[in-house]
Design a protein around this ligand. Structure first.
Ligand code: CA
Length: 227
């Protein structure tokens, strides 16, 4: 059963999200402040976390920051702060998605399904792709840099695998967003910019002069040199 943690201090919203999710067959735990949320994340494993930003004791930014580098479930930030800088900041800190309040039940469920689909990707074709000292084993879902395994979030891996499967070809923004984030995405170029940058920091010898995750003008992205 898929387990979801809701970290939200507004009791009415927390309750309504909980009943929406339970009706859809998810197992739900809740935390009413940031400290309780952080404790839950230490103690238990979850498949998805819904994380508010404005929280008592420890805010959502600090929780996100503390997750960096740990093996953690995908995080969807739910926040009343809908501006673009907050979205970018959340993604920079490792969130997988950002949902501005108020949102409808259908939209929330669609985002959760999309994030789960990214996490539970079926094994890829039995193909190993190499570029710039990096090896990607699509069947095993393993990425090596100079022989040691890299730790990537599900979404980072999803984007890398989508690009690597079409190694040497330009993939346009819309196609990438649909393939990695899901069918309801298409205009969120800032998601691609943020995740491409995160991948470069992990993969590239010189992230400022990328050879693996290449931006191709306004057309899209390409894995490695042109085919
Ligand atoms: Ca709040």
């Amino acid at each position: 059963m898929t387990r979801i943690l809701i970290v939200e201090d507004d009791p009415a919203l927390r309750g309504s999200i909980r009943s929406t999710l339970e009706h859809s067959g998810y197992e739900v735990r809740t935390a009413g402040d940031g400290a309780a949320g952080a404790r839950e994340l230490q103690a238990e494993t979850y498949d998805v976390v819904l994380l508010d930003i404005g929280l008592p004791f420890i805010d959502g930014w600090r929780i996100l920051g503390s997750l960096e580098g740990r093996r953690v479930p995908p995080v969807i930030v739910i926040s009343a702060r809908g501006d673009e800088r907050d979205k970018v900041r959340a993604l920079d800190l490792g969130a997988d998605d950002y949902l501005a309040k108020p949102f409808g039940a259908d939209e929330l469920l669609a985002r959760i399904r999309a994030v789960l689909r990214r996490t539970q990707t079926a094994p890829g074709p039995n193909v190993v792709i190499k570029a710039g000292g990096v090896t990607i084993d699509l069947a095993g879902g393993v990425v090596l840099r100079d022989g040691s395994e890299l730790r990537l979030s599900p979404t980072e891996y999803g984007l890398l695998a989508a690009l690597a499967r079409h190694s040497g070809q330009v993939i346009d923004h819309r196609t990438l967003l649909r393939e990695v984030w899901g069918p309801s995405y298409g205009d969120e170029r800032n998601y691609l910019r943020t995740f491409a940058q995160r991948l470069r920091m992990k993969l590239e010898q010189d992230p400022k002069n990328p050879k693996i995750i290449v931006t191709v003008g306004s057309r899209g992205y390409r894995f490695g040199p042109p085919a």
